[in-house]
Write a protein that binds this ligand. Structure first.
Ligand code: NAP
Length: 375
């Protein structure tokens, strides 16, 4: 007998907003979700009761169509989530997925960041239906909250530091946005790879957590001068931490004035990894209009005199061009998880009905590492 399940709830984005906070206040709402009927599952489908859904910067940017990948509204946000298997279709391989399993859904195959048939299956919901090939069993000792903060963040860190940055043991790396969810992953991974890790951020409290997760040095870059983008001069401090040489690699999730100052702290021949631009979120127009009228611009004079290499590092788009990139990085990440060498830090947890508070916390920079909803 298939289980009889209670009705649930889900969050929907009705239409693209001007910006993420406009979406949170005016264009998102919690709706009833009908009780799922396991008898209607396709042969390869798996019904999950969602236990944890990450609330990421990308989830927020998507709500205003300011992210390069746009789901069609109305859509269900929550691109990465984990849960318990409640029912499976007739052709699901029990060696792969079985009722009762703890599962992480693959954000590149299901949910708002994916394309295709399962894009509507967002994690800000009580239930989600996913195909069996998108279901990864969560290793013992890893919580639902930790699992839903794994792939997007560590795959980004891997693509940037390893596939693009070619980080080698003994090199130094400056991580901008180190307290963020991808930043914390990058700190752990760079340390694991044998680098000297300098973590930059604007809060001593958050930086203390980042240090506890592996950073060798932390630098608070908050400045008081709004004309300088709220960033103080930190180049001398970073250079001093590298014996005067400057850093070999910069992992840049912040953009704007922070990038410009970081370039001054780079070694001759250094590599600058463009990860994202949290300090300048209005690069693209809101409401899903194409174009990036406010894109960051970098000084060619510094690139030239320092012989810098600047690299774009889009972790998902790159896989569309070369699928083998993902095969390698998933293998490494799952291996490190099994060995207990990487583990996401989750600082904020909310009930589904508190999705607005959770999204505000992420947007305002209150979070260290992961922020999750527990439907
Ligand atoms: N390349 C890729 O494939 C890829 C994949 C995922 C995400 N991303 C992008 O990478 C960026 C970071 O994502 P995330 O998920 O790590 O974000 P996040 O968790 O929100 O963290 C970003 C960090 O940036 C810092 N920050 C926020 N606003 C800032 C401001 N106004 N000025 C200076 N620093 C600020 C904050 O650190 P402090 O408060 O400590 O300063 C925050 O912890 C985003 O732009 C995202 O779109 C790229």
């Amino acid at each position: 007998m298939p289980p009889i399940l209670p009705a649930g709830q889900r969050v929907l984005v009705a239409e693209f907003a001007d910006n993420p906070m406009d979406a949170v206040e005016h264009h998102m709402a919690l709706h009833p979700m009908p009780a799922p009927d396991p008898a209607r599952l396709g042969p390869d489908e798996v019904l999950l009761a969602v236990r944890s859904a990450a609330v990421s910067w990308v989830d927020l940017l998507m709500t205003s169509g300011q992210y390069q990948h746009m789901p069609r509204p109305p859509y269900g946000p929550g691109m990465e989530y984990s849960g318990t298997v409640e029912a499976v279709g007739a052709a699901v391989d029990p060696a792969r997925v079985a009722v009762g399993d703890r599962i992480l859904a693959d954000f590149m195959q299901v949910g708002a960041r994916s394309g295709g048939a399962y894009q509507a299956a967002g994690g800000f919901a009580s239930y989600a239906v996913i195909p069996q090939q998108a279901a990864y069993r969560i290793p013992d000792g890893f919580s639902f909250d930790e699992a839903c903060c794994l792939l997007g963040n560590y795959e980004t860190a891997y693509h940037c530091l390893v596939a693009r940055g070619q980080l080698r043991a003994g090199e130094s790396v400056l991580i901008l946005g180190a307290s963020g969810s991808t930043g914390m992953a990058a700190v752990q991974m760079a340390k694991l790879l044998g680098a000297t890790v300098i973590a930059a951020g604007r809060s001593d409290t958050k930086l203390a957590t980042v240090r506890a997760h592996g950073a060798d040095h932390v630098v608070n870059i908050r400045g008081t001068d709004a004309d300088a983008g709220g960033v103080r001069r930190f180049r001398d401090e970073v250079k001093a931490l590298t014996g005067g040489k400057g850093v070999d690699l910069v992992y840049d999730a912040v953009g704007g004035a922070t990038t410009l100052e970081a370039m001054r702290a780079m070694a001759f021949g250094g590599r600058l990894l463009i990860v994202g631009w949290t300090s300048t979120p209005d690069v693209a127009r809101g409401k899903g209009q194409r174009g990036a009228p406010n894109a960051n611009q970098l000084p060619t004079n510094i690139m030239q005199m320092k012989s810098l290499t600047v690299m774009g590092c889009p972790a998902v788009i790159a896989v569309a061009h070369d699928p083998s990139l993902r095969t390698e990085r998933l293998a490494r990440i799952w291996q490190w998880v099994r060995e207990g060498r990487i583990r996401p830090h989750v600082s904020h947890r909310y009930a589904l009905a508190q999705f607005r508070e959770a999204m505000r916390a992420r947007w305002q920079g209150d979070v260290t590492g992961g922020c999750v909803l527990n439907p």
